[in-house]
Design a protein around this ligand. Structure first.
Ligand code: LUZ
Ligand code: MOS
Length: 756
């Protein structure tokens, strides 16, 4: 990992580490203290007189359009009379120091006429409060399939949101250069979105705004769309005040003001034949979108795509409702609506298994998607490694022995119970918005042979810079240290798609490949001229040495690049890549939206402490399909990190808003995330030994998001252990499975609440 040294020595430069220029003002955001109402009065006079205050900016100071919505234009940067969620930005305090800005913020006064607050998506749905009409995916004919089913079960499943908790909070730094040109550093996954929307706010053109990102301290989707407002605020202050402006959210401000993973509430109905083949599945998904659309429509779409997870179900129907509530607008989070849909179908399958007294894995295993099966959106499974990964995971885990051990343990122990679960995952790779599936790369070779490489990719700790350098180095046949991966910058690579959808390495890697191949052709041609040989002679570079007909020559890479420069050969190349063939028709909700799918299975074994409601993950075995990994270390880190983040979502991370729309889990004291002690005591990850698809860069499959969904297995393994204690009887499918919910599951909520 090329960033490792800088990280451990504290030398890597994050946004807050950029040295500030003389005259910088520091910003603090004043946000709404209530979740819904009319802003009747805003008094900034006391704050304006506070020490160090330079100015206080409100909606009236915005020279362009007060609008940051991307998919739907429904979100002001600063409230303009209406308040829709607690934490909604109303004013920006600019002061000489950050402390002064934050102190002055306390002196702002508002009067807000309250309106009813809705926090529940089902209530919003009753009111018809949607971002757009509900969407429906259909395969086969679910209505007529119920008659063929021997077993039919209906139920409800709920999963909660998740706080991104990137180590680096949201932030931006902006200053004017000459002729009104704005330079904007933003902690964003999507530079062009920041550039476009900041131009809209300032009423200027995109070419007046240059956005640069060196690296992020984590994103996880939280900075795909929601880095934009803070960047716009810094840009606005810098433009209006003609002074450099810096805004870094403190953790509690960040947690209060930004959106999270969407909570979903769902009604499902599942039908099987007597051999436990799933014949029909119907699900109604209520998405808690928060107060503005943000990326909710795209996230809803991905929930629809993944509503049958890894299973072939000949008749399925999913209806998804994008509900507007008075919470901060929920947003992208690793998995992007997929995890919620998968938790829900896993709940339905678990419901069947518990009711019929069979093991869930029996139903899961025999209904897995296989080669040639049709997905609910019409795409046909190809290179469908689901069953292979499933079988290998069972084998590597030693599932028969594990099952025996657990049965024996449970027979011998009263106050500790163990449980097992299988979690297969199938995740589609590509942005579901077809247009976003493009990227470009710019390569400059300097005459000494060293290289400047720029792409649209944002390094956020996922190792994409390393992969991009590896792609270029392997095509050129040179050492990795010749290549500098530049900060991402909209003047070097324009019209960037966000680094998201697990597609960053694929899309940008392909663009790097195209640019590098063009340069290599040119340099090979020049090397042939240097050697005085023609096309019939095979040449190549390996480890910086020019090989002629397979034998090393005395000529090095840098000799060729230097000679090419003096011979006036262009040593720069820009290339653009767009994923071929993918398409989707929203009128029929059918098409082939994904370049390919990623498959894998995780098997969980847990122990639950029946007295305390606590649990430990004893053993997790994962078989994951990385294709031909470019960098197994990076990919392993993604798999382990994703899995633990998914376990956190499913077991301990509980986002709590009260009925007034106030975030109660507003700090790390009340919001628990996994730490090193939450990592499974034994975690074995195996890569499936198969070739990756053509549409993956170097056939190395996308790895960012899919492993998160393995974490769902933790929920069902704990549930299995609870069942081992309490035997029969239903209890709700509600995630996360916090220790409190474990106790409710073990003893019944009523019993516990009555007896205290
Ligand atoms: N972001 C996005 C995503 O804009 N479109 C997507 O399809 C997507 N998928 C996963 C994660 N982020
Ligand atoms: Mo995303 S959830 O920004 O890939």
């Amino acid at each position: 990992m090329r960033d490792a040294t800088g990280h451990v020595r504290g030398e890597s430069i994050y946004l807050d580490d950029i040295p500030v220029r003389e005259g910088t003002v520091h910003l603090a955001v004043f946000d709404a203290p209530v979740a819904h109402g009319h802003l009747r009065m805003l008094d900034i006079s006391k704050a304006e007189d506070a020490p160090g205050v330079v100015a206080i900016l409100t909606a009236e100071d915005i020279p362009g359009q007060n609008q940051i919505g991307s998919i739907i234009q429904d979100e002001p940067l600063l409230a303009d009379g209406e308040i829709h969620f607690m934490g909604q930005p109303i004013a920006i305090v600019a002061a000489e120091t950050e402390e002064q800005a934050r102190a002055a913020r306390e002196l702002i006064e508002v009067e807000i006429d309250p309106l009813p607050v809705v926090t529940c998506p089902r209530e919003a749905a009753k009111n018809g409060s949607f971002f757009h009409p509900p969407r429906t995916f259909n395969l086969g004919n679910v209505d007529s399939a119920w008659d063929d089913c021997v077993h039919v079960f209906e139920g409800q499943a709920d999963c909660n949101g998740q706080e991104h908790l990137y180590l680096e909070c949201q932030g931006a730094y902006a200053f004017l250069q000459e002729n009104g040109h704005l330079r904007l550093y933003s902690s964003t996954q999507g530079l062009t979105a920041v550039q476009r929307i900041c131009a809209r706010i300032l009423g200027t053109s995109m070419h007046q705004i240059e956005v640069e990102v060196t690296r992020l301290g984590g994103g996880f989707g939280g900075k795909e769309d929601q880095a934009t407002p803070w960047a716009c605020m810094a840009g606005l202050a810098a433009t209006v005040l003609k002074r450099p402006a810096k805004l870094i959210l403190h953790r509690m401000d960040d947690m209060r003001m930004t959106g999270k993973r969407h909570p979903y509430s769902a009604d499902y109905k599942i039908g099987l034949d007597r051999n436990l083949n799933i014949l029909a599945y119907e699900v109604h998904l209520y998405q808690n979108g928060g107060a503005a659309a943000d990326l909710s429509p795209a996230i809803l779409e991905r929930s629809l795509f993944h509503h049958t997870n890894s299973y072939f179900i000949p008749n399925s129907k999913a209806v998804a409702y994008p509900c507007r509530t008075n919470l901060p607008p929920n947003t992208a989070f690793r998995g992007f609506g997929g995890p919620q849909a998968m938790f829900i179908i896993e709940s339905a399958i678990c419901h069947v298994a518990e009711s019929l007294g069979v093991k869930a894995h029996q139903i899961q295993g025999q209904n897995l998607l296989d080669e040639g099966d049709e997905l609910p959106y019409g795409q046909i499974v190809s290179q469908g490694h689901g069953p292979l990964a499933w079988e290998q995971a069972r084998e590597k885990a030693g599932i028969d022995r594990l099952e025996e051990e657990v049965a024996q343990f449970n027979a011998q122990n009263q106050h500790l119970k163990q449980g097992l679960a299988h979690m297969p995952v199938c995740f589609g790779i590509s942005f579901t918005n077809k247009s976003l599936n493009q990227s470009s790369a710019l390569i400059h070779i300097y005459n000494d042979g060293s290289i400047s490489l720029s792409t649209a990719a944002v390094e956020m700790g996922q190792g994409v810079n390393m992969k991009m350098a590896q792609v270029a180095a392997s095509i050129f046949g040179i050492q990795l240290d010749h290549i500098r991966v530049e900060p991402t910058n909209t003047t070097r690579v324009a019209n960037t798609s966000p680094s998201a959808a697990s597609s960053t390495a694929d899309l940008n890697g392909k663009a790097v490949e195209l640019a590098a191949l063009a340069l290599r052709d040119r340099l090979h041609k020049h090397a042939r001229n240097m050697l005085g040989v023609d096309e019939s002679i095979a040449i190549s570079f390996k480890d910086d040495i020019l090989y002629v007909e397979g034998s090393p020559s005395k000529i090095r890479w840098s000799h060729v690049t230097d000679s090419a420069y003096w011979a006036r050969v262009s040593l720069s190349e820009q290339a653009h890549y767009a994923t071929p063939n993918i398409h989707f028709d929203k009128a029929t909700e059918k098409g082939e939206p994904f370049a390919y799918h990623v498959f894998g299975t995780a098997i969980f074994k847990v122990t639950v402490d029946v007295i305390r409601g606590r649990y430990e993950l004893d053993h997790v075995e994962v078989v994951h399909d990385c294709g031909n990994s470019i960098n197994p270390n990076v990919d392993l880190g993604q798999i382990e990190g994703g899995l633990v983040q998914g376990v956190g979502w499913m077991t301990m991370e509980e986002v709590v808003y009260n009925d007034d729309g106030r975030l109660l889990s507003n700090a790390l004291s009340t919001y628990k995330i996994p730490d090193i002690y939450s990592v499974p005591k034994e975690l074995n990850v195996h890569f499936l030994d198969v070739d990756g698809p053509e549409l993956a860069s170097f056939r190395s499959k996308a790895v960012g998001e899919p492993p998160l969904m393995y974490g769902i297995g933790a929920y069902f393994a704990i549930r299995d252990a609870i069942r081992a204690y309490r035997g029969e009887g239903a209890f709700p499918f509600q995630a996360p499975m916090t220790p409190e919910r474990v106790l409710f599951g073990l003893f019944g909520r009523d019993a516990l609440e009555r007896k205290g």
